[in-house]
Ligand binder design. Structure first.
Ligand code: NDP
Length: 283
């Protein structure tokens, strides 16, 4: 039976370290500030934004929420971002995605000052990640790496398979594993022989968005399995992309859903906001 890597526990440790760092900044008169923009009334986005604000409070950051109506125009949203770019007490800016259909997400991401881009979605930050010389790492893949490190798992030389190639999870995830000298394969919806490729992985990361997609026959005996997915099963219960009950007996390490990668994403956002505050203050 696999050892369960608790994201809840690791995230709590990360947040405690950030809080300590924040107290040290406080003595220098610096309080990290995060601006969170939410457009419209998507219930899932509202939950994420509330969790992010709560996490800020817990570590001692200031958070400012900008809740805009669904009919906000592109010009209005860009004007807000430009104002926040120039606001000295705001170190990080986050625009909760997805945006309503009439808004251009790419233009919005591009408008955020890269030094305040705590989601690390701006093309300049994406490029920096590619060359391994970055200020911010995207929160979810960084959270997965932190879980791997916390369990003392060595990536170097390992056969790593990432299922999913989104810009926010799959692609940067593969890059971070590569930076640690993993031999990385990225799979997607057009991949042939998915089962065989996954079954050869020492480290398997699932970021598919399909409930219980990864079954036992896709997993090698003793593999490390990291589940990024957040889905609802047929009974409406939260579940990952991995069929936990089937896969756990075969894996050496596995992350649960909930309580795995999810809590790490917010902890990494706090880490990036702290970094942004240090950057803004030339520390
Ligand atoms: P996307 O929908 O953007 O990407 C899904 C990827 O899975 C795509 O690359 C797609 O391939 C691939 N895929 C879909 N079907 C198959 C298939 N049958 N076989 C192989 N690959 C397939 O999702 P995200 O990357 O944004 O998110 C993935 C999951 O992670 C979701 O459940 C999401 O909710 C969750 N998530 C969790 C976070 C956390 O904090 N824990 C944060 C962000 C996301 P193709 O490109 O060919 O279409």
């Amino acid at each position: 039976m696999a050892t369960i890597i608790s994201g809840k526990e690791v995230a709590a440790k990360v947040r405690a370290e950030i809080k300590k760092d924040c107290e040290a900044l406080d003595e220098m008169g610096i309080t990290p500030g995060l601006a969170v923009i939410i457009v419209g009334d998507d219930p899932a986005s509202r939950v994420y934004v509330n969790n992010k604000k709560k996490a800020c409070e817990e570590v001692g950051f200031v958070s400012e929420e900008y809740a805009l109506p669904a009919e906000t125009t592109q010009e209005e949203l860009l004007a807000l971002i430009h104002r926040l770019n120039g606001k000295p007490d705001i170190d990080g800016i986050l625009c909760q995605l997805p945006l309503p259909k009439h808004l251009d997400e790419k233009a919005v991401i591009n408008a955020i000052d890269p030094t305040k881009d705590v989601d690390a979605f701006h093309p300049s930050n994406v490029g920096k990640i590619m060359i391994g010389d970055y200020d911010f790492l995207p929160c979810t893949p960084a959270g997965v790496m932190e879980l791997i490190h916390s369990a003392g798992i060595e990536v170097s030389g390992k056969n790593c398979v990432v299922i999913g190639r989104s810009n926010i999870v799959g692609k940067p995830m593969a890059m971070l594993l590569l930076h640690e000298n993993g031999t990385v394969t990225i799979c997607h919806s057009r991949t042939k022989n998915l089962k065989e490729i996954c079954a050869a992985a020492d480290i398997l990361v699932a970021a598919v968005g399909k409930p219980k997609f990864v079954k036992a026959d896709m997993v090698k005996e003793g593999a490390v399995v990291l589940d990024v997915g957040i889905n609802r099963d047929e009974n409406g219960k939260l579940c990952g992309d991995v069929d936990f009950d089937e896969v756990a007996p075969k894996a050496s390490f596995i992350t649960p859903v909930p309580g795995g990668v999810g809590p790490m994403t917010i902890a990494m956002l706090m880490k990036n906001t702290l970094k942004a505050a240090k950057l803004q203050n030339n520390l």
